[in-house]
Design a protein around this ligand. Structure first.
Ligand SMILES: Cc1cc2nc3c(=O)[nH]c(=O)nc-3n(C[C@H](O)[C@H](O)[C@H](O)COP(=O)(O)OP(=O)(O)OC[C@H]3O[C@@H](n4cnc5c(N)ncnc54)[C@H](O)[C@@H]3O)c2cc1C
Length: 379
């Protein structure tokens, strides 16, 4: 396997690194995270101008990337910058649903997503569904030529800022069936939609959604009635590649800050990094990060393979990112001592995101079981 980036991806990585170093100070990031939408519209436009949203879409739909390694290169840098703008919600989750299922007319919206003018969100998870992708109880039925949606969606990332929500609902089957799930484009101002936004502990933004007799034109359906599950699974697989890559960026920042601290903080007249007890702990952190990185690369490279190969690689990467992310965050805080707990010092913010990332789209336990289930399947 060739571990070197293509020239285009190496340029993308350098550009994002430089841009974030020059324009994305932690104080500004925290200010944006604490704003009503949880991110900065101005930064979002600048990211769009740089082509970063387009890098997450294939050329067929108007982007210039969209492969697993495009996602991983970009999200690793977004992790290093602790970026809160809605790349995951709008481009990876909403964007993949649109690109996978949309008609030509529906896909036309992707241009506006890439230019940053329109924001998408993916309203799929429900209060009872935990991480199970097929556990959907929101219902959609036909009534005099319209679709009528009823149900609840939970922890919808950036859903309160989106211009359009990609909402999943059951048009057939019972609550755990993979068959019978459909996806709809729901404009944010549709009657019957109630959206309650809130900040999450790691500086992200999410919302709860109620759908009460939301009436939609027939043309709101994405793809074929009842056939949305494969696209849902792919969107979430791509999101998990994004999250595992973001985790690598976050872990490397925690590692670098901790190494720096061990070299500069003195006790008994020497830097604390001279003490073997801390050196051993740091060595474990370094080797574990390499393991998480290998798994993240493996998942990014397997996104286009069979369902089984893709899901096994994604689940092993996400489970490792969860376990190792926690180790790195906790060790970094412990080795920093009290300074890690202060708001002004960056480490705690990186550690929080690293810990919470495990709870997005499946935690360690969920993905360990999922890996075992797919490994037992013959194909
Ligand atoms: C929430 C909170 C509440 C607190 N409450 C109190 C309180 O009520 N009273 C109080 O006195 N303090 C309190 N503290 C301070 C706490 O005791 C210190 O944070 C702790 O002693 C670490 O010291 P430090 O921050 O200077 O870290 P550092 O001395 O910089 O230590 C950083 C790392 O180096 C390690 N280390 C340091 N010296 C050595 C050594 N010689 N050998 C091996 N490893 C070493 C430490 O274990 C740690 O992993 C509190 C801290 C927090 C975060």
């Amino acid at each position: 396997m060739d571990f070197n980036h293509t020239e285009d991806r190496a340029m993308l990585k350098d550009m994002v690194t430089r841009f974030l170093a020059d324009n994305y100070a932690l104080e500004k990031r925290n200010e944006a995270a604490e704003s009503s939408e949880g991110f900065s519209r101005e930064q979002w436009s600048r990211f769009a101008e740089l082509g970063l949203i387009g890098a997450l879409f294939s050329e067929e739909v108007g982007g210039f990337g969209g492969a697993g390694f495009d996602i991983s290169v970009l999200f690793e840098e977004l992790g290093r910058g602790l970026v809160v703008e809605p790349f995951l919600a709008s481009a990876v989750l909403g964007g993949t649903m649109l690109a996978e299922l949309g008609s030509d007319d529906q896909k036309a919206m992707i241009g506006d997503v890439i230019s940053g003018e329109k924001l998408l969100a993916f309203a799929h998870g429900e209060p009872q569904s935990h991480y199970d992708l097929s556990h959907v109880e929101t219902m959609a039925r036909k009534d005099t030529g319209k679709w009528v949606l009823n149900g609840k969606k939970a922890v919808v990332l950036n859903g309160d800022s989106a211009d359009a929500l990609i909402v999943t609902a059951r048009t057939a089957g019972s609550s755990w069936d993979e068959d019978g799930l459909s996806a709809f484009i729901v404009p944010a101002n549709t009657d019957g939609l109630t959206v309650r936004g809130y900040p999450t502990i790691d500086g992200q933004h999410a919302c709860e959604i109620d759908l009460n007799d939301v009436r939609l034109e027939e043309s709101a359906l994405l793809g074929k009635d009842g056939d949305a599950y494969p696209a849902i699974e792919l969107s979430v697989a791509r999101a998990n590649v994004a999250l595992t890559s973001e985790a690598i960026g976050l872990m490397e920042v925690c590692r670098d800050m901790t190494l720096d601290y061990l070299r500069t903080r003195k006790q008994f007249g020497v830097p604390i990094g001279k003490f073997q007890a801390l050196q051993h702990r740091m060595a474990t952190v370094l080797t574990e990060i390499e393991q998480a990185r290998s798994a993240a690369i493996n998942a990014a490279g397997r996104l286009d393979l069979s369902r089984r190969e893709r899901e096994m690689a994604v689940s092993s990467a996400k489970a490792l990112a969860g376990r190792i992310g926690r180790l790195v965050a906790e060790e970094a805080i412990q080795m920093h001592g009290g300074i890690a707990m202060t708001w002004e010092y960056g480490l705690g913010h990186f550690a929080k995101r690293l810990i919470m990332l495990d709870h997005q789209f499946g935690d360690v336990d969920y993905h360990t079981v999922r890996f075992a289930e797919f490994s037992r399947k013959a194909t």
